[in-house]
Write a protein that binds this ligand. Sequence first.
Ligand SMILES: *Cc1c(COP(=O)(O)O)cnc(C)c1O
Length: 377
Amino acid sequence: MQFRDLKAQYNVLKEEIDQGIADVINNSNYINGKQVSELETVLAEYVGVKHCITCANGTDALSLALMACGIGPGDAVFVPDFTFFASGEVVSCAGATPIFVDVCEDTFNISAESLENAIKCIIKEGNLIPKAIIAVDLFGQPADYMRIRSIADKYHLFILEDGAQGFGGEINGRRACSFGDIATTSFFPAKPLGCYGDGGAIFTSNDTIADYLRSICVHGKGTSKYDNIRLGRNSRLDTLQAAILLPKFKAFCNYELNAVNQVAIMYTELLKDIVKTPIVPEGFYSSWAQYCILLPNGNARMQLQLELKEKGIPTMVYYPNPMHKQRAFYNKYKKYDGLSVASGLCTRVLALPMHPYIKEIEIENVVLGIKNSICFK
Ligand SMILES: *Cc1c(COP(=O)(O)O)cnc(C)c1O
């Protein structure tokens, strides 16, 4: 059994993907080929924003978004304590200060209470200027943007939506990557919409920000690539990756997103009486980048993971460490919260095999493995 079976997907889409790759090679338009702008058009339309700017990966997408907000030394950026390292790393790399905020146990996403409390502390101290919130759509579920937006408006902060795992999610019919002033996603192979290498995209409806982003992706270009009006980066999506993403995006919309939601319903139905299963609040829709259960404690998780491994069932721990305990950050930044929920999740969380091509029998096998574990005896 595969944790995320990318080969099964390729077998289904092989003809279209192979043709797409062959076309790029035949045209030798490896950089900025027409497939790149085609992809940007369909993704912007799907998400429901004016602009999609593709780039080299999801981490670059976040870094470029921070540059577009003018964030640098002396600025405070609020980041959930339970997320992938990149969400906080980009803040430090920009010279700004990440302020780690606790999350909600039910949704794994940023806690509005902890967020507002941290903002108030920073204002009271007066050393840093609160500038932005990086809200992460963790495991495929959008953060609570109704509450985050009202806090952002109250304190005049940008919202950067880290939708690396959230592409395809929704709140009341509105799609993920449309909630932030700027939103980003990643096409890393294992993400909900992945390519065959690294890739990323930035979404915004602000024309000025979009122009600026298109410039800094290509060495701060002005009217041409050799007219450089500012410092930028080299961060582009390869034409090959765009050609691979076009048929994959069609499958994602047509049936994959629905398929992972069916898998999640089945897992939850079969597991809800044994372990804490993920909660999707009313009006929310997840793209299930991960399906994570919570065990009673760290020992139970270790035991279960071992037993499942012996049965050939792969599981993963996302994430073993909260951001504030990552060695790169440890003791560098002040804490304004006990961050106890995030710390607890790190010891108890376990991600189960989840992808659109998983078979019912495999789901039943995973469930049986969990039910038979001695940690529930
Ligand atoms: C994967 C991920 C990123 C980084 O994306 P890359 O394409 O790997 O650079 C950023 N944030 C979150 C939450 C992620 O899961």
